[in-house]
Design a protein around this ligand. Structure first.
Ligand code: CUK
Ligand code: CUA
Length: 642
């Protein structure tokens, strides 16, 4: 998306004057939008904690980062879709299955959208969901361990950008496909047969209330267009789901002439409660599809990957009243629902207005069949009949909207590089503040939920230019924190981010802190190769495989001298960390090992696989500074000729 917009941004510079994204350093210094007491407002005294957790997508680094607000301090990187050498994620034998897909081992992805679990559309602090855009996947991360616990692949999807968005009580994480594609089981068709053969497949991934366990309950076969962002309804609209769409021209090449011809694209309204009724009536059809489902068990400290071969589908052509299109000006991107569930905000990137739709009016238009024809057999509701109103001249290039809980919406504008606050009822702009530069998503704590905390907004900017010390051709991306508690939005802080943050959600620390898991209990460890004390350590040979049951405790490994290994053997070091204190991991590295290192938490077992390539004595050591004698935490492995 970035590149396409840069073109527009550059082209618009001349006409944008004061709001251009052209870097100009003295703007900040002389500005009235920088809070006079900014330093005080973001200062989190040493030894005290931030007020909010900010869970941020990593974009093309495939991970999540955890940032404290208001300080902007990075607290952790949670590895999700990409291998992470720091903790051995995707390198250890236990975590490798998490990155399995129907294509095999795919240790990278592009993660854009965070969705925190909700109960009655309010944050409950249990899980974070995040999408893999490239090889379609959804991950579930525990907010008590801050670890990825589950990854499910999405079949019949060409790109999982439109994902994951959770329903009011986290019944589902929902995923649309950015690229419509022919179904997986009939995929070899001419690209030019887009209109006949390509479908939109919207996936409803169910979430178990207690365990969080995911499963694809059903897929809706929707018209072949591009599904972009989405939100679940809330309150009265909780049984509905809303997607922005583009390429309703159904072009198979998205050069602008093809895909942006139309004056209006659509917002798709999905009645998912009705879809459940059709399913219960047996209207679903199982179709062949191949996808991976990977689950990490806290008991065995290991992941398993299962390949599933079919999926339940529902065809709206055979199930009337499931889908309705609402016309939305020019290439909508963001599609956001206000805290009451009454208003649906579309953001046409190339539009001069922000259209706001009314849920009540939508229901009325459906009841009265106020249609403007149909698209691919799906009724198109009349624009005027469903419109609450338009915000006129709000800015250039509206992208995403969040809510402050006081009747206002804040929308990000990529092209005019600003945040604009507007009143939802009156549709009037009440404030605007520049971003540096070219903001994408924005995040208000609780901003997409029924209960926004409305104190801050963070802008995630695509262009950094002059904001930090230069670091060569590549600069970190930038976030900016604004105080939105008063009438005027005030800039408080710039801070660099990790990867390219797209979306983020922020949640009060109090909702997460209390559930934080500190250690894994050694006695509960059910890993098949655990050693619960030094007496249980041993070296076991099974043909060419050698299994070393090892332990670590400050400050030695047991065993620390290992012999009897021969060239041609495959060695598995199963290291159990015997510590039972918070924050005392031990690391383990072997010279020449291809699988990075492992970092083992107290009470946990983790396995490093090593295939020796040379005869001789090889050192091994602990990689994490664990005590005054950390440097002494080392040993030797002897490899003899075959
Ligand atoms: S997208 Cu990046 S700025 Cu992937 Cu949600 Cu809008
Ligand atoms: Cu164990 Cu350093």
């Amino acid at each position: 998306m970035k590149n396409r917009f840069l073109k527009i941004a550059t082209y618009s510079l001349a006409i944008l004057g004061a709001w251009s994204c052209k870097p100009s350093a003295d703007k900040t210094a002389s500005s009235s939008f920088l809070a006079g007491d900014a330093a005080e407002k973001v200062y989190v005294k040493p030894g005290t904690h931030d007020e909010f957790y900010n869970i941020v997508s990593g974009g093309f680094n495939g991970q999540l980062s955890v940032v404290g607000l208001p300080s902007g301090r990075t607290l952790k990187i949670i590895p999700v879709f990409s291998q992470f050498a720091e903790s051995g994620w995707g390198y250890s034998e236990e975590t490798k299955p998490m990155l399995n897909t129907s294509h095999g081992f795919v240790p990278w992805d592009d993660s854009h959208h965070v969705a925190l679990s909700t109960t009655k559309s309010e944050h409950d602090g249990r899980w974070a969901f995040i999408n893999g855009n490239n090889t379609p996947r959804i991950a579930r991360v525990s907010l008590s361990t801050f670890r990825t616990e589950e990854i499910i692949e999405i079949p019949n999807s060409g790109g999982n950008h439109s994902s994951p968005f959770v329903t009011a009580n986290t019944e589902y994480a929902v995923a649309g496909t950015r690229f419509s594609v022919p179904p997986d089981n009939k995929a070899d068709v001419p690209i030019s047969s887009f209109k006949q053969n390509f479908k939109g497949y919207i996936s409803f991934v169910s979430i178990d209330k207690t365990s969080g366990r995911m499963g694809i309950k059903f897929q809706l076969k929707t018209p072949g267009v591009s599904y972009d962002l989405a939100r679940a309804g809330k309150g009265k609209s909780a049984g509905w789901f809303f997607f922005s769409t583009y390429n309703t021209e159904q072009a198979n090449s998205l050069l602008e002439v093809n895909a942006s011809q139309k004056d209006k694209d659509f917002i798709l309204a999905v009645n998912w409660k009705k879809a459940e009724e059709y399913l219960a009536q047996g209207k679903g059809k199982k179709e062949p599809a191949k996808y991976a489902h990977n689950v990490y068990s806290e008991e065995t400290h290991s992941a398993t990957s299962t390949i599933i071969n079919e999926v339940m589908t529902l065809d709206p052509k055979e199930c009337p009243d499931l889908l309705y299109f609402m016309p939305c000006p020019k290439s909508p991107h963001g599609c956001d629902v206000d805290p009451t569930g009454q208003y649906i905000v579309g953001s046409g990137k190339l539009a001069a207005v922000i259209p706001v739709f009314s849920f009540d009016k939508m229901l009325k238009a459906i009841a009265n069949k106020t249609y403007d024809g149909n698209f691919d057999g799906i009724p198109v509701l009349k624009y005027d009949a469903v419109l609450h109103g338009e915000v006129k001249k709000p800015g250039l290039g509206p992208l995403h909207t969040e809510f402050d809980g006081r009747g206002n919406a804040i929308t990000s504008f990529f092209v005019s590089s600003e945040l604009v606050k507007w009143n939802i009822e009156k549709l009037e702009v009440v404030d605007r503040v520049p971003t540096f530069y070219s903001v994408g998503h924005l995040s208000i704590p609780g901003g997409p939920t029924a209960k926004p905390w409305g104190k801050y907004v963070v802008a995630y900017n695509k262009i950094t230019k002059d904001r930090y010390l230069p670091t060569g051709p590549e600069l970190a991306q930038s976030a900016q924190l604004y105080d939105i508690s008063g009438d005027k939005m005030k800039l408080l802080l710039d801070f660099p981010t990790i990867g390219e943050p797209h979306y983020a959600e922020s949640i009060p620390a109090s909702l997460i802190e209390k559930n934080n898991k500190k250690i894994f209990k050694l006695e509960e460890n059910k890993h098949p190769y655990v050693a619960k004390g030094e007496k249980e350590t041993k070296v076991v040979r099974k043909g060419k495989e050698v299994h070393v049951y090892m332990t670590s405790i400050r400050s030695h490994f047991s065993p620390d001298n290992i012999e009897g290994i021969k060239l041609g053997d495959v060695v598995y070091f199963h290291l159990t960390n015997l510590e039972q204190d918070w924050d005392v991991p031990h690391g383990f590295a072997v010279r020449g090992a291809l699988n990075a290192e492992i970092l083992v938490m107290p009470g946990e077992t983790s396995t490093l696989k090593w295939v020796p390539t040379k005869v001789g004595v090889t050192p091994m050591y602990c990689t994490d500074f664990c005590s005054a004698l950390h440097q002494e935490m080392q040993g030797y492995i002897r490899v003899s000729p075959a």
